[in-house]
Design a binder for this molecule. Structure first.
Ligand code: FAD
Ligand code: NAD
Length: 367
């Protein structure tokens, strides 16, 4: 029985129904909420079971069924955004009439707090691996045909590998290509590829193993996690991004989304902290973007520069921030995103509070 924790925020609990034709079975989920998009639904078909998790605010609505008949590997997902209706179209293996959809599995037809859903993984195949800097690589993974998953802007996933008999899990943040002309994403239907920028630490536990994967090997990838909400962009005028090292990764999609989807946006400024010039991820691409789009400004800050470096130096500091965080209008609606090593983020958060930015104006990316 579905309880209704959304009752105080929205009309009523989700429900589902199904219907069939000779060749297809369609599962329809009525979320009864607005703001449901293709990336709100994560669906997997494995053996004879079908699992679809729909993220509705801070809850997940689960469909989890042992199907009564066999289906083909791939399926499609459609969303009617304005009414929050989701249609999942499965292809029958045989054109027989199904008497029932199947029998319910754990948590089927229930609405549970997102934090209690646990991580669900599927195996993704390594398609390519390219050097980006001396220690950072671009990994391309392919989702199985039996999975529908798109990672929303600002969220991360967990990778799982078994290393010397122990399962190890670490978070990584997918990136997107759209603004960076040199990074050409091969066109595949249904967003089957996911890209990651990952720094390999020779003495690290996980990344050397990841680096040793061969093309065609598999890594388990979880459902998206994180607390960034796209609504934080609403009516935004000034977006400030403070990134250190691979803390740049969440900024890639945030930057793309803001420049392409936020009509109110006046300015996006990225302050990118690195040790040396060689450590700067996508320097050329960022400089080209700043040249092309006048709304985007870029500042590199190096903590271990060579003597030739003419730009800014040091760690995050009050002086750097107060000069950088200038609103384009006194009343501009601002959002400051910050991500990097823990001491960087903690120091940055403290400085931002000292500069009187409110909690609503700051988003820190953490696990
Ligand atoms: P670790 O074993 O954690 O070691 C990292 C470094 O610290 C090594 O140099 C190691 O020698 C050193 N070290 C380890 N333990 C100690 C110690 N006790 N004392 C001193 N030094 C030590 N990373 C990315 O590259 N790309 C991403 O997109 C990305 N997204 C992330 C998203 C989130 C939400 C979070 C929290 C982290 C993200 N990370 C990302 C970081 C990633 O999860 C891993 O922490 C990173 O890949 C390091 O993993 P590792 O096991 O190889 O290294
Ligand atoms: P790095 O060691 O190359 O350092 C990059 C910059 O961070 C330095 O140049 C410096 O400006 C700053 N910095 C480092 N240590 C600092 C300190 N003690 N105080 C103040 N500033 C400091 O960074 P890296 O190896 O690329 O590490 C990136 C970090 O970002 C990792 O810890 C990773 O877990 C984190 N990360 C988090 C997320 C997330 O939470 N969503 C996503 C990606 C990366």
């Amino acid at each position: 029985q579905v309880t209704d924790p959304l009752a105080k925020e929205g009309p009523s609990s989700p429900s589902y129904d199904w219907f069939q034709t000779d060749a297809l079975v369609t599962i329809v989920i009525y979320t009864k909420q607005k703001d449901i998009y293709l990336d709100s639904v994560i669906a997997d078909h494995r053996d004879d079971s079908f699992r679809a998790e729909t993220v509705i605010k801070d809850y997940s609505y689960l469909i989890h069924i042992a199907l009564s008949h066999e289906i083909q590997e791939d399926f499609s997902v459609r969303v009617v955004e304005n009414v929050g209706k989701i249609e999942i179209v499965l292809k029958k293996k045989e054109n027989t009439s199904w008497k029932c959809l199947g029998h319910p599995l754990e948590n089927h037809n229930s609405l549970i707090p997102k934090k209690d859903t646990g991580l669900y993984y599927r195996k993704c195949q390594l398609i390519s691996k390219e050097d980006v800097t001396h220690d950072t690589k671009l990994f391309c993974l392919m989702l199985p045909p039996s999975t529908h998953l798109q990672v929303p802007t600002g969220l991360h996933v967990y990778f799982k590998l078994t290393i010397t008999g122990t399962e190890i899990v670490k978070p990584y943040t997918p990136i997107s290509d759209s603004l960076f002309s040199e990074f050409k994403e091969p066109v595949l239907p249904n967003n089957k590829y996911i890209y990651f920028l990952i720094k390999i630490y020779p003495a690290g536990l996980f990344t050397p193993e990841l680096d040793h994967l061969q093309i065609g090997d598999y890594v388990s990838v979880s459902n998206p996690e994180g607390n960034f909400k796209i609504s934080q962009f609403q009516d935004l005028e000034d977006l400030f991004l403070l990134a250190a090292g691979t803390g740049f990764t969440p900024m890639v999609k945030v930057l793309s989304y803001a420049l392409t989807h936020i009509p109110s946006l006046r300015k996006v400024k990225l302050m990118f902290f690195n040790k040396t010039e060689d450590d700067i991820i996508w320097r050329n691409q960022l400089e080209k973007l700043a040249f092309k789009d006048k709304r985007f400004d870029l500042e590199f800050v190096l903590s271990v520069p060579t003597s030739e470096w003419n730009g800014k130096r040091g760690y995050i500091s009050p002086a750097l921030l107060s000069e950088f965080l200038k609103r384009s209008l006194d009343t501009s609606k601002v959002l400051i995103c910050i991500c990097g090593p823990m001491p960087f983020t903690e120091q940055g958060m403290k400085l931002l509070h000292d500069l009187n930015f409110s909690k609503d104006e700051i988003h820190s990316f953490t696990a």
